[in-house]
Design a protein around this ligand. Sequence first.
Ligand code: NAP
Ligand code: GLV
Length: 320
Amino acid sequence: MKPKLYMSRRIPQIAIDNLREVFQVKLNPFERPATREELLQEVKDVDALVCQLVDNVDKEVIDAASNLKVISSYSVGYNNIDVDYATSRGIAVCNTAGVLTESTADLTWALIMATCRRITESEAYLRAGNFVAWEPLLMLGMDVYNKTLGILGMGRIGQAVAKRALGFGMKLIYHSRDINPKDLPFAATQVTLETLLRESDILTLHVPLTSQTRHLIGKDQLAMMKPTAVLINTARGAIVDEPQLIKALAEKRIFGAGFDVYEQEPFIPKELLALNNVVLLPHIGSATIATRTNMGIMAAQNAIAIISGLQPPSQINVLP
Ligand code: NAP
Ligand code: GLV
């Protein structure tokens, strides 16, 4: 008898095919996330769970899954999983670290350019039939070339974003706890969070969501930013205090913001939607055909390796 696996949302077919060679796979048949009730019911007798970043894999879900040996997330972020509790239960937790780095860095740059140069606002203006003549003062934005890029969290994605900045002649500053400038393959200055906030022309967030980073960018931090600064978030929404950000944008205390992630996804406050100095994307950082395929392959490899007693490509926790 093959071990059992529940997949809470369909992922690329190649991953499902690979998993079916090893597991009896039960797939959420709906084109929507699994409900809480479905998740609690379906994990009951499975050996493996392939989950999504929208699934709240907390103590209750883990307790409902008495045979569970591996939680394999189809994402690099794992703030939705109670990793400590899974570890205490001897359950491996795996993610798709690395394979989505470059696509997410590309998307971050798309947001940097779109926000600084008011791309979506300009396109909406044109589509509305407003482009009747070249205008000397139309859609004036912020330069990117030669500016200071501030990176909060100089990990995989932070570094990939930084490398792309070299072509724009940018000065790089960053704030991370442990990453030493000598270990980076480019010149960047490590600074305090306060200096990062005060000196960045473009500040881009790449820390994971943890108890330390929740609302790391709040009222006081937004007040330290330049009035000409742009804030980019492709990490997790709750790193920013969203109501305070909306206030800062509405009062033009910063120039603009480009966001792929939100505090209470998929809910977006109407006050944020009403602003025109923001570019808002529906959490598509890793959404390319190749990257989502590679994430699926890796999520499958992680589950298969754990069930086979092998080392998976990316395990988050160390089991006793
Ligand atoms: P990573 O390699 O682990 O990088 C995160 C970096 O943040 C680490 O290098 C860490 O360095 C730093 N950090 C952690 N806590 C910090 C703190 N309190 N203060 C300052 N720095 C801190 O992760 P990654 O692969 O780059 O991914 C980063 C995040 O991006 C993920 O966790 C996920 O939430 C998000 N993401 C979003 C999308 C999307 O679709 N929008 C796609 C992929 C990833 P130190 O330990 O030295 O501080
Ligand atoms: C996307 O947000 C991820 O964490 O992979």
